[in-house]
Design a protein around this ligand. Structure first.
Ligand code: PGA
Length: 253
């Protein structure tokens, strides 16, 4: 099954509005996209509308980095699905490990956020991943299965049809330590196998990204793995030339 490559940049808590729009414009200006990859950028809330405006009419997609599950109300500091849509987001990252570990997003909360995203036709990029202690204890696959099982509980295959999954080992995020291509492939294959519960065809089609210190010098090897369909890039997505190089990975697939 040939799946379209998907390269996403998670800008985290970086960049002013001017810096974000300059970065978005530089990425949009590069017409080089030899893998015909889908390209997504996730600026912080303050830059969302300006970045969406900057890339309007280009192929670049825009995501929010999180969303609240309620529609509106007394939820000081939270941002709702319709607000991020209004700002121009079509996608939303849900369950990033920093949200899980620093802001208390539990599997139950993430399940509600996913429901809110589906309800508003926002495409979720749902992140899962094990900590170093969990990997060393041999629990990687069971942790991922439990995050998937709890996060996706109650949804039908029809509801999940736009879902994108990102495997991001917590120990590889922002640490410079990347999973080896073999480690990534092993987990990606097991995620795809797990998703067969929604149908073999569903599992064959779902896009699974790898994230965790993806860089210009390791993207080719990671992208060459058969079950790695794309990348969720943090640090190196903040520099246009680096992100563009990753978009134009040489995987010879
Ligand atoms: P990193 O971040 O590429 O800086 O490791 C990845 C992520 O957190 O999505």
């Amino acid at each position: 099954m040939k799946r379209k490559p998907f390269i996403a940049g998670n800008w985290k808590m970086h960049n002013t509005i001017a810096e974000s729009t300059a970065l978005a414009a530089a990425i949009a200006k590069s017409k080089e996209n030899k893998n015909q990859a889908d390209i997504l950028v996730a600026p912080s809330y303050t830059s969302l509308a300006s970045v969406a405006q900057t890339v309007k009419g280009t192929k670049i997609l825009v995501a929010a980095q999180d969303v609240h599950f309620e529609e509106k109300g007394a939820f000081t500091s939270a941002v709702s699905p319709s607000q991020i849509k209004d700002a121009g987001a079509t996608h939303v990252i849900i369950g990033h490990s920093e949200r899980r570990s620093l802001f208390g997003d539990t599997d139950g909360i993430l399940n509600k956020k996913l429901a809110a995203a589906f309800k508003h036709n926002l495409v979720p990029v749902f992140c899962v991943g094990e900590t170093l202690a969990e990997r060393e204890a041999g629990k990687t696959l069971s942790v991922i299965e439990s995050q998937l099982g709890n996060g996706l509980a109650g949804f039908t295959a029809e509801q999940l049809k736009t879902l994108i999954i990102a495997y991001e080992p917590v120990w590889a995020i922002g640490t410079g330590k990347t999973a080896t291509p073999q480690q990534a492939q092993e987990v990606h294959a097991s995620i795809r196998k797990y998703m067969e519960k929604y149908g073999k065809d569903f599992a064959a089609k779902i896009i699974i990204l790898y994230g965790g210190s993806v860089k210009t010098d390791n993207a080719d090897a990671i992208m060459a793995e058969p079950d790695v369909d794309g990348a969720l890039v943090g640090g190196q997505s903040l520099v246009a030339e680096q992100f563009i190089r990753i978009i134009n990975f040489n995987a010879n697939k």
